[in-house]
Design a protein around this ligand. Structure first.
Ligand code: HEM
Length: 398
């Protein structure tokens, strides 16, 4: 049933449960108000197709201001449209190609192995994964270790991610993380521009242009450099989810270990089953409607990613964790959308999806080697009101 009271605070308070609460068991589109404007929440394959192909939908001002400033950063690609978006996106997609995914994953695997050989024990899988991921992506990018150490850089990335769904202390930490990271990222872009460096990803981002052929403003190039580093660290949430799944279902740990389940299928199911991104928003520039629900210009269509990934019309037994479902299923453009849908070159779909999948595989395979994996803490799937979920705490003993 439509409810026209403003529900922005409910979204923060209820987290991943917000849209289910709003729908009250009705699977169709539901209209409410968010950030003072009408908003229609939609999900399903046709809804995803509409969200990613309807030309009037714009991303400018669509995301709430808190994540737009602290998570994506001012001037980020996430809030661009049309030529500006297409031009910037082509640069992201070219940078984050198969070779990049393989290289970042190889570095992360090597750093994990180095630490395991040195420590022989992992007290907290999530914290170690965050540091490993930051080290791997920082070094791959060519960002200097003198510019940002592993501890400081990791903590800045984690605080930006962890604050996206909070209006309190976590949000303040996210602001602090953003300000600190922006400072060294700007200095690194400046250094790369001065030296004319081109052979590293840092040098590539430093040379990115707008559609007019002029270099991106320094602060925007720094924001985009962080839009490569930060989401790579976010993969640690899926690493913690993998640890949880192995504690919960030891048979799957064994299946991944002996490869009777394909690690890629495992990565897909982890991304489907453990919610991370709850919803995405776009604003129609002229009134637009989906299945009879009209949103006026300036309102919002909100795609309910969580519900979509748990929709029984798309997934058999969505409540069950079943990586085998991906053994014989090719992920379609509009069904498996934990990182957005549609075509990554034309639309806003995540350009780092292959990087994320490669990384999850590398970690799942490594965690599966540990017979002594112990976990504690609430499930990341049951953790519905906190966005992002509190990472599952697991330890490993050799
Ligand atoms: C966009 C999720 C990893 C870079 C997105 C979007 C989602 C997403 C939902 C928005 C799609 C839309 O607006 O329609 C995730 C998740 C990740 C992840 C859950 C893993 C934890 C990565 C990685 C990178 C990356 C590893 C880079 C190395 C980006 C960029 C965008 C984006 C630059 C903006 C794309 C655009 O607006 O066109 N991601 N992502 N992400 N992601 Fe990712």
């Amino acid at each position: 049933m439509d409810d026209m009271r403003d529900q922005s605070l409910s979204l923060i308070r209820r987290g991943y449960d917000f849209t289910r609460w709003l729908r009250d068991d009705d699977p169709g589109p539901v209209t409410t108000r968010l950030m003072g404007r009408p908003a229609t929440v939609i999900e399903g394959v046709e809804a995803a197709r509409f969200f990613y192909t309807e030309p009037t939908l714009s991303r400018k001002g669509a995301a709430p201001p808190i994540p737009a400033m602290t998570l994506f950063g001012p001037g980020a690609i996430h809030s661009t449209d049309d030529d500006e978006h297409r031009h910037r996106k082509a640069q992201f997609v070219d940078l984050l190609d198969e070779t990049a995914a393989f290289d970042v994953a190889r570095r992360a695997g090597a750093e994990w192995d180095r630490r395991i050989a040195e420590l022989g024990f992992v007290p907290d899988v999530f914290s170690m994964a965050c540091e490993v991921l930051f080290t791997a992506v920082r070094d791959w990018a060519g960002v200097s270790a003198d510019a940002v150490g592993v501890r400081r850089g990791t903590s800045q990335m984690v605080s930006m991610i962890d604050g996206f769904g909070s209006a309190g202390r976590r949000q303040l930490r996210a602001v602090k993380g953003r300000i600190g990271a922006q400072r060294w990222a700007r200095a690194e872009i400046k250094r790369a521009r001065k030296s004319g460096e081109t052979e590293t990803p840092l040098g590539t981002v430093a040379s990115w242009t707008g559609p007019d052929g002029r270099p991106l403003p320094l602060s925007v190039a720094a924001v985009e450099l962080l839009n490569v580093l930060r989401p790579t660290v976010a993969v640690a949430w899926f690493v913690a989810a993998a640890a949880e799944s192995f504690v919960e279902w030891p048979e799957y740990r064994f299946a991944v270990k002996v490869r009777s389940v394909d690690p890629k299928a495992y990565a897909h199911e982890l991304r489907r089953y453990y919610p991370f991104v709850p919803v995405l928003a776009a604003r129609p520039r002229t009134a637009a409607s989906f299945e009879g629900h009209e949103v006026p210009a300036g309102g919002r269509f909100v795609i309910d990613i969580w519900q979509h990934l748990n929709d029984p019309e798309i997934w058999t037994d969505p409540e069950n964790f079943r990586p085998e479902r991906f053994n014989d299923r090719v992920a379609g453009q509009y069904d498996l959308i934990p990182q957005g849908g549609g075509d990554k070159r034309d639309g806003h779909r995540c350009p780092g999806e292959d990087v994320a999948i490669e990384l999850i595989e590398v970690f799942a395979v490594r965690l599966a080697e540990f017979d002594a994996i112990e976990g504690h803490g609430p499930s990341m799937r049951g953790n519905h009101s906190r966005m992002p979920p509190r990472p599952y705490r697991a330890s490993l003993t050799l």
